[in-house]
Design a protein around this ligand. Structure first.
Ligand code: F0G
Length: 351
C-alpha cells in the first residue's frame, strides 16, 4: 500500500534538505485538485480548485512549515516564533510539537478566527496577543528572533517558500503541464512568491513546458500592493489577509511582471459571495480569505477580462472550519422537531 509521504520525501530532489536530516512532517501536501463545475460554467473556462484546506492543520502553511521546522531542528533550535493572522501560528504550533520544540506566536488582538486560536492553544503554543495589527506582530517577531535564541518561521524564512513551491509541482504533475492562469489570495505575499518559484523551476527543468500567468487578489481594505503604498490600518472580513505591509511585496511584483499577470483587489462583499458559492454550489468549504481567489476570477470574468477556454487553477488556501462564524451568520436557524416521522417529513417538505 502507498501513502503520500509529505512534501519533503515526495519532492526531495527539488528541495534544499540535507541528506541525513531528520524530517519533521505531518505528511502535508498531496491535496485535492478539484474541478470547479459551476465556476467553470460561469467563466467559460476549465477551472480547478487546489484545496489547501485539506492539509493536516487545515491550510497551505503546512508545506512551508515542514521545511522551516526541519531546518530549525537541524540547526539545533529549541524554540521557534512567528507572527500570524492565525494559520501560520496553528501550523507552527503543530510542527513544533512533532519536533519537541517550544513555539511562541504573536497574533493581532481580537483579529484571528476562533478555530485558529484553538489550534495554537491545544498544541501548547505560547500565545501573545499584540495590541496592534499583523504588521506590528511581524516587526516584533523579527526583533525577538534577532536578539533572543528563537528561530523565525514566517515566510521571510526562505525554507518556507521552498516548501510552499511544491503546490505548483503537484498541479503540473496532475494536469500534465502548467495551467494558463493561476489565481490566489495575497496577504503577506509569500505564497504567490512560492508558486511562481515552483512554476519557474518546473518549466526550466522539464516537467512543464511553460509557466502560467499569476493573478493575485488582495482584500480592498488591505490592498497595499494594488494601491502602491502601505495601508496603516488594514481591514477586511478575511482576517487571514488583513495585512498592510507585505514582507514579500517586491517578490509579488516580480511574479506579476515576469508572468504577465496582475495583482488586483476584491471587496468583502465579493469575497463572501464567492465563499457562499464555493460551499453551496461546489461543495468546497473554505475560509473567507481563501475565497478571494475565486472572487477575483469571477469579478474579472464579469468585466470581460477572462478569455474563454483557458485552463485555470484557483488556490483555496484554508479550511472553512477555521472560521465558521461566517457560515452560521445570516443562515436560517435549524427547526426543532419531536421524534416523529410525520412531523419531520412535514418540515422537510416531503409530505
Ligand atoms: N489565505 C490564508 C487562509 C492565509 O492564512 C494567508 C496568510 C493567505 C491566504 C495569504 O498568503 O501571506 O502568503 O500572501 N496567512 C498568514 C498567517 C499571514 O499568519 O497565517 P500570503
Amino acid at each position: 500500500t502507498h501513502q503520500w509521504r509529505g512534501i519533503i520525501e515526495e519532492y526531495r530532489d527539488r528541495l534544499p534538505v540535507e541528506a541525513g536530516a531528520e524530517v519533521v512532517t505531518l505528511r502535508e501536501g498531496g491535496t485535492p485538485l478539484v474541478p470547479a463545475q459551476v465556476v467553470s460554467k460561469l467563466t467559460g473556462c476549465e477551472v480547478h480548485l487546489k484545496v489547501e484546506g485539506a492539509n493536516p492543520t487545515g491550510s497551505f502553511k503546512d508545506r512551508g512549515m515542514t521545511m522551516a521546522i526541519t531546518r530549525a531542528k537541524g540547526e539545533g533550535a529549541q524554540a521557534v516564533i512567528c507572527a500570524s493572522t492565525g494559520n501560520t501560528s496553528a501550523s507552527a504550533a503543530a510542527y513544533a510539537v512533532r519536533a519537541g520544540m517550544v513555539c511562541a506566536v504573536l497574533v493581532p488582538q481580537g483579529k484571528i478566527a476562533l478555530g485558529k486560536m484553538g489550534q495554537a492553544l491545544v498544541h501548547g503554543a505560547r500565545i501573545l496577543q499584540v495590541d496592534g495589527n499583523f504588521d506590528d506582530c511581524l516587526t516584533l517577531a523579527r526583533s525577538l528572533a534577532d536578539n533572543y535564541p528563537v528561530s523565525l518561521v514566517n515566510s521571510v524564512n526562505p525554507a518556507r517558500i521552498e516548501g510552499q513551491k511544491t503546490a505548483a509541482f503537484e498541479i503540473v504533475d496532475a494536469l500534465g503541464d502548467a495551467p494558463d492562469l493561476h489565481v490566489l489570495p495575497v496577504g503577506n505575499a509569500g505564497n504567490i512568491t512560492a508558486y511562481w518559484k515552483g512554476y519557474k523551476e518546473y518549466a526550466a527543468e522539464g516537467p512543464a513546458t511553460r509557466t502560467p500567468r499569476m493573478w493575485g487578489f488582495q482584500a480592498s481594505g488591505s490592498a497595499p500592493i494594488v494601491r502602491g503604498e502601505v495601508v496603516k490600518e488594514p481591514h477586511t472580513v478575511a482576517t487571514a489577509i488583513r495585512i498592510g505591509n507585505p514582507a514579500s511585496w517586491q517578490f509579488a511584483l516580480d511574479a506579476r511582471d515576469e508572468s504577465g499577470g496582475d495583482i488586483d483587489e476584491v471587496t468583502d462583499r465579493q469575497i463572501l459571495r464567492a465563499y457562499r458559492l464555493l460551499a453551496a454550489q461546489e461543495g468546497v468549504f473554505v475560509e473567507p480569505a481563501s475565497a478571494a481567489s475565486v472572487a477575483g476570477l469571477l469579478k474579472a470574468a464579469e468585466e470581460g477580462r477572462v478569455d474563454r477556454g483557458q485552463r485555470i487553477v484557483c488556490t483555496v488556501t484554508g479550511n472553512g472550519l477555521k472560521d465558521p462564524d461566517w457560515a452560521v451568520q445570516g443562515a436560517p436557524q435549524p427547526v426543532t422537531v419531536p421524534v416523529d416521522a410525520a412531523a419531520a417529513a412535514h418540515q422537510l417538505g416531503l409530505a
